[in-house]
Design a protein around this ligand. Structure first.
Ligand code: TYD
Length: 203
């Protein structure tokens, strides 16, 4: 008889642009592998076709729906991996739409939540929200050669950060990570949160 694997865990990393989530996602995956846990890293926006449509979109409403459609497709992939027993680390998930579309663009928070609830019922077991002052993020992105530092972008990231703050205060499975510290400290904090939540010991 085939042995059924235990379902994996789903961890989402969230935060404004330039908070270092992508690097920490890879570091967390290798930490988990070291603990004997098979982990997969994924990211949103996910689907290449939707990414193209997003690049062409000139309407905030269309973009909001495209992010949600992307998430619907992405969730199916994540579900399959979780069923196979993998732990999944996603660089962005629903909270990104709440922070950017509602917080950043000023769309109605409840509506954005509704659209996303229609797109997927999947929710992370743990969300780590990377928090960092916008000026620090802007400097990091400039160093990486990414456009930032313009007033509008700076303001947008500020609003995004504020909405992430609101989400953090809602609590639940969300934890805040101070991403302004040096990467080693951030890595240690991420590990601590994950170890604490699942009482991880080396397998
Ligand atoms: P991301 O790929 O994380 O940025 P980068 O190209 O710097 O690695 O995300 C692309 C942008 O899309 C980012 O500014 C956040 C935004 N975004 C939303 O506005 N809503 C969403 O639901 C998602 C997933 C991303």
């Amino acid at each position: 008889m085939e042995r059924r694997k235990t379902r994996g865990k789903f961890i989402a990393l969230e935060g404004p642009d330039g908070t270092g989530k992508s690097t920490q996602a890879l570091l967390l995956a290798s930490f988990l592998k070291g603990m004997g846990i098979e982990a997969k890293v994924t990211r949103e926006p996910y689907d290449p076709g939707i990414l193209k449509a997003l690049a062409k979109s000139e309407s905030k409403e269309a973009s909001c729906l495209l992010f949600a459609a992307d998430r619907a497709i992405h969730s199916q992939k994540i579900e399959r991996l979780l069923e196979e027993g993998f732990w999944v680390i996603s660089d962005r998930f629903i909270d990104s739409s709440l922070a950017y579309q509602a917080g950043g663009w000023g769309m109605d928070l409840e509506k954005v939540e509704e659209i996303n609830a229609f797109a997927t019922s999947l929710r992370p077991d743990l969300t780590l929200i990377f928090s960092c002052p916008p000026a620090v993020c802007a400097r990091r992105m400039q160093r990486r050669g990414k456009e930032s530092g313009f007033d509008s972008d700076f303001l947008l990231q500020k609003k995004v950060g504020c909405l992430y703050g609101v989400l953090t205060r809602r609590g639940g499975e969300r934890k805040i990570v101070d991403a302004s510290q040096d990467p080693l400290k951030v890595e240690a904090r991420v590990r601590r949160e994950v170890k604490r939540k699942w009482r991880l010991k080396k397998r």
